[in-house]
Design a protein around this ligand. Structure first.
Ligand SMILES: Nc1ncnc2c1ncn2[C@@H]1O[C@H](COP(=O)(O)OP(=O)(O)OP(=O)(O)O)[C@@H](O)[C@H]1O
Ligand SMILES: [Mg+2]
Length: 285
């Protein structure tokens, strides 16, 4: 049986845990992530998503409970470097993650610092730039690129470290729709090539990309399941002040008018196919 690549067991975390006013950010979190999975975490501002993400590469350690990465406990300092090279992280603002003045040097920065030999370094840069479709920009200056292109360079930089897991913490939120789509398709390709993805997002139509969605609210995980399972709970999500994808909203509204219409369609293609199917039935009868 395949072992989970990440195991979170009974994790509690408070900022300023020793002070008089600790801020509880994680309560009783239990979660396993399987190798190759594409997990999406959604939840209201301040629900604990980034705090949870930072536990997965030992940037934060649990106040109680344990986080295991490939069987290594994040509390064991001897494993910290291995854990950080297993779990890469891309943040919200691409500019803060770019260090060099030429794209390919930026992508090389992490692995070069780890002492990756020259030949392999070349290979890794080529591969990472291919995955994010930025080969043609390798000699450009990062600060002259669009926000979406910069974020793809940041992802290539994280990928050049060959992590098994890539965490994207609202990595598309500063981008325009075209930039978001560029980053999403790069992430999709990475996942198809076997990288485990954990994506935090406020965009519900991006959450549909995942194999599984975890919903957080007030430091807890409140619900999880496939996108279809989670977005079927339209009223429950609204109660948490979370949206469902616009397409699902439409599907749900049509279902309320005619209960034979499925309430939980996720993509435009599914809605179109359903409408065509119904038209054909009408014609046939
Ligand atoms: N460095 C910190 N020191 C103290 N409290 C913090 C710190 N970072 C986050 N918090 C608090 O911990 C809680 C969880 O924050 P976190 O950033 O994990 O939420 P989030 O779900 O990522 O929110 P957002 O959607 O706004 O990014 C919030 O109450 C927040 O105010
Ligand atoms: Mg956050």
């Amino acid at each position: 049986m395949t072992e989970p690549i990440i195991r979170i067991e009974n994790v509690h975390f408070a900022y300023n845990a020793q002070s008089e006013n600790p801020i509880v950010a994680l309560t009783d979190i239990n979660l396993e992530v399987m190798p190759g999975e594409y997990l999406v975490i959604v939840g209201h501002n301040g629900s604990g998503k980034s705090t949870l993400a930072k536990h997965l590469n030992a940037l934060l350690l649990p106040t109680q409970g344990d986080v295991w990465v490939n069987g290594m406990n994040t509390k064991n300092g001897a494993h910290t470097l291995t854990i950080r090279s297993t779990v890469g992280m891309v943040f919200q603002i691409p500019d803060n993650q770019i260090v060099a003045t030429v794209v390919e040097e930026d992508v090389a920065f992490g692995p070069a610092n780890l002492g990756v030999p020259e030949d392999e370094l070349r290979e890794r840069i080529d591969w990472a730039l291919d995955v994010v479709d930025m080969q043609n920009f390798r000699h450009r200056a990062p600060h002259l690129l669009s926000a979406g292109q910069k974020q793809r360079v940041a992802i290539a930089g994280a990928m050049a470290l060959k992590p098994q897991v890539l965490i994207l913490d609202e990595s598309t939120s500063m981008l325009d729709p075209a930039g978001r789509e560029e980053v999403l398709s790069a992430v999709r390709r990475l996942n198809q090539a076997g990288t485990t993805i954990i994506a935090i997002t406020h965009y519900m139509h991006e959450a549909v990309e995942g194999d599984r969605i975890v919903v957080m609210e007030a430091a807890r995980t409140v619900t999880q399941g496939s996108p279809r399972e989670v977005f079927s709970q339209v009223e429950e999500l609204r109660a948490l002040q979370l949206d469902v994808p616009q397409v699902t909203e439409l599907s749900y509204a049509l279902h309320q008018r005619d209960e034979t219409f499925p309430p939980n369609l996720l993509t435009v293609e599914e809605i179109v196919a359903e409408i065509i199917r119904r038209k054909e039935l009408e014609v046939a009868t």
